[in-house]
Write a protein that binds this ligand. Structure first.
Ligand SMILES: Cc1cc2nc3c(=O)[nH]c(=O)nc-3n(C[C@H](O)[C@H](O)[C@H](O)COP(=O)(O)O)c2cc1C
Length: 180
């Protein structure tokens, strides 16, 4: 199976990247994996013009279609997002907004191949799971409108730096074992 892992943080070598690295090492034994970082792409803000509601295409030209091509490649997608001010980072939100051409609430809309599964991992420095759940909800809301089936989630509290991930390896691997 082909699995796409997305680092939804702008930090390419932080805690989010380390979680992806841990998951990648575990999953590569049985699956084909690609990992991308949201900040490696040029994604302009949605202008809210709603042209895509009529045309199913954005008026802007940037890297959004490159990211969607990675989605198209994958059978399963794993978004790994830190909490930034109790929410997903702005770079990831900008990408989600730009997925409006693919959003199933208007016709016509573009679509990616059906049958994909979506997984969410949220991390934060603070101790409470509520904030992780909020991030997971945002990711699963996005999956729903892209017609990607939300299929599992993991919240990791008390993580700030990549060094904090080592002690969570078992939790991450146990979660990855369910990814299909
Ligand atoms: C701008 C910013 C805002 C943050 N806001 C929160 C927050 O509201 N709650 C929290 O628990 N952690 C917060 N954090 C901590 C991050 O969730 C945590 O350090 C995470 O491990 C960062 O992963 P990264 O380095 O891969 O981006 C914030 C970090 C940054 C940089």
């Amino acid at each position: 199976m082909k699995i796409l892992m997305i680092n939804c943080s702008p930090v390419r070598n932080g805690a989010t990247a380390e979680i992806i690295q841990t998951a990648h090492s575990f999953l590569k034994k049985t699956h084909e994996i690609r990992s991308i970082c949201i900040d490696d792409y040029d994604v302009h803000f949605c202008k809210g013009c709603r042209s895509c509601h009529r045309t199913a295409v954005c008026v802007q030209k940037d890297d959004v279609t490159k990211i969607i091509a990675e989605f198209e490649w994958a059978d399963s997608i794993v978004c790994v997002s830190p909490s930034y001010w109790a929410d997903i980072p702005g770079q990831f939100k900008a990408f989600i907004d730009r997925c409006t051409p693919w959003c199933n609430t208007h016709e016509p809309h573009a679509s990616i191949r059906s049958g994909k599964k979506g997984y969410a991992i949220a991390l934060r420095t603070g101790p409470g799971m509520r904030e992780c759940n909020r991030i997971i909800e945002s990711i699963e809301h996005f999956y729903g409108h892209m017609e990607i089936l939300p299929s599992g989630s993991l919240g990791l509290c008390s993580v700030e730096y990549k060094e904090d991930v080592e002690g969570r390896k078992q939790e991450i691997e146990a979660f990855c074992a369910q990814i299909k």
